[in-house]
Design a protein around this ligand. Structure first.
Ligand code: SAH
Length: 244
């Protein structure tokens, strides 16, 4: 009986109404509890950011109803928005306290950047695909996220004009640590990335810079879309750095 009543209520919620918004809020709170906290993410600021950022605004309209499901979703151009748990885990692994300047490589939908915007002082994010870049930059600015700078370009080269960064996150798969990104990380800073075969599986790793060298800690196996541009060309060619 209760299930029938809930179904009727859900069916009565038209897109864009306060009823639909309340439903999304409920789904988001449940997402954090059942997908993220339950798998061991403990950082209270990360959990709060995941509860606050409206993931359904970052997916195509026809997929908004699946925005809080436990999986990645297509965002166009053959790219995906990561599973919510992975967004939370990667955010937690950066160990942010709120005063950092962070670089994200692979803006995609802009969702991860919006989460980072609540965890760090300043966020720079770079996207190589012009259509996705234009769309996510528009969305992030329409949300009034003043501490996010979204730029177009090959993130393999980082954003030299805004470096150094306290933390860096790469959200596309690459088979080596891009030297320009390591160079743009402060000593002791962390770089979180899916490291491995760009067209197969990778390990989510935390790279910690220590002077001119670094350590790598494996976290768990993952499967991301490939980092394109210089990463697939062996890092050669003239740098075309993104500008903030
Ligand atoms: N963080 C995104 C999801 C990432 S999907 C989100 O929250 O939605 C990976 C993204 O990385 C894709 O949009 C892809 O176009 C981008 N990408 C791949 N190679 C890149 C490169 N060299 N520089 C910048 N972005 C890149």
């Amino acid at each position: 009986m209760r299930i029938v009543a809930a179904t009727l209520l859900a069916a009565a919620c038209l897109a864009g109404t306060p009823c639909a918004a309340a439903e999304r809020d409920t789904e988001r709170i449940a997402m954090v509890r059942t997908q993220i906290e339950s798998r061991g993410v403990r950082d209270a600021r990360v959990l709060e950011a995941m509860r606050a950022v409206e993931r359904h605004r970052f997916v195509p309209d026809d997929l908004a109803g699946q925005a809080y499901a436990d999986r990645p979703l297509p965002i166009g151009e053959g790219q995906t928005i990561s599973q919510p748990y992975i967004v939370a885990l990667m955010s937690e692994l950066l160990g942010l306290s709120g005063d950092e300047r962070v670089l994200e490589v692979g803006t995609g939908s802009g969702y991860q950047a919006a989460v980072l915007a609540r965890l760090a002082r300043e966020v720079f994010t770079v996207e190589i695909k012009p259509l996705l870049q234009a769309r996510s930059a528009r969305l992030l600015s329409s949300m009034g996220l003043r501490n996010v700078t979204a730029s177009a370009g090959d993130g393999y080269y980082g954003v030299p004009a805004a470096a150094p960064f306290d933390a860096i996150m790469i959200t596309a798969a690459v088979d080596h640590v891009p030297p320009p990104l390591l160079a743009q990380l402060v000593d002791g800073g962390k770089l979180v990335l899916p490291l491995g075969h760009p067209f197969f599986y990778q390990d989510l790793v935390v790279v910690t810079r220590t002077g001119s060298t670094y350590t790598v800690d494996n976290v768990l196996p993952v499967s991301f879309v490939p980092m394109t541009g210089a990463a697939l060309e062996g890092g050669g060619g003239p740098p075309a750095p993104a500008r903030p």
